[in-house]
Design a protein around this ligand. Structure first.
Ligand code: ZN
Length: 210
């Protein structure tokens, strides 16, 4: 896919997420890896109204080289790209249910959402750890995300929201959507002793689709 097609796809997917309530106001940001750098949603932009021609273009070293100024949360994306060679795109949302789970004190911080459905396992993988709370803009958040992302395709930032990677833009967006649905299901069945997929069922999925 050439850069212009990637710009159009990123803007279209962002508008779709916004239209369905996965993002409100100027919350959330999306990036994609290019052969010569990265595309990133601009600072203070709404996912509902991105101009493909004005997306921020960053060089291989993440310096801003073209378009509007990048999101202040660009370091979350850099943490994933530098941790994972397989990350072709990164989506960060403040989506309601995933963020609600990120505020629960009594979940397993190494894997707060259990494998309730195969689709969560297929999109997110074996585990999605919680990264402890950091004040927005705190420089210590980047190495913490980088460390957690080394063996997880997605992380949940405590009292903030999810950061999700995928091989492609479509993969990353679908994974962020599946995570939000999984968080909603988890909150619906929480306290009711739900039947989760067992370890061999999870292994089987990851062998087939991981
Ligand atoms: Zn955020």
């Amino acid at each position: 896919m050439n850069e212009w097609d990637t710009r159009i796809l990123l803007s279209d997917l962002a508008a779709s997420l916004f239209a369905r309530g996965f993002s409100v106001g100027s919350a959330g940001n999306i990036s994609a890896r290019l052969p010569d750098g990265y595309l990133m949603t601009p600072t203070n932009s709404s996912l509902g109204r991105l101009d493909p021609a004005r997306l921020s273009k960053l060089g291989m070293d993440f310096r801003h080289i073209d378009g509007d100024k990048p999101s202040k949360e660009v370091f979350m994306h850099r943490a994933f790209y530098q941790a994972r060679d397989d990350a072709g795109a990164v989506v960060h949302l403040h989506s309601t249910h995933a963020t609600a789970v990120s505020c629960l004190p009594d979940v397993d911080a190494s894997n707060p959402i259990p494998p309730l459905t195969p689709y969560f396992v297929m999109r997110i993988g074996r585990r999605m750890p919680v990264v402890r709370y950091y004040r927005p803009g705190d420089a210590a958040m980047e190495p913490a995300i980088n460390a957690a992302a080394r063996d997880a395709r997605a992380v949940l930032l405590a009292n903030h929201g999810p950061v999700v990677s995928g091989k492609t833009l479509i993969d990353a967006v679908y994974a962020a959507e599946e995570l939000e649905e999984a968080a909603k299901l988890f909150l619906l069945v929480r306290g009711q002793s739900p039947r989760c997929l067992n370890a061999s069922q999870v292994d089987d999925l990851l062998t087939m689709f991981g």
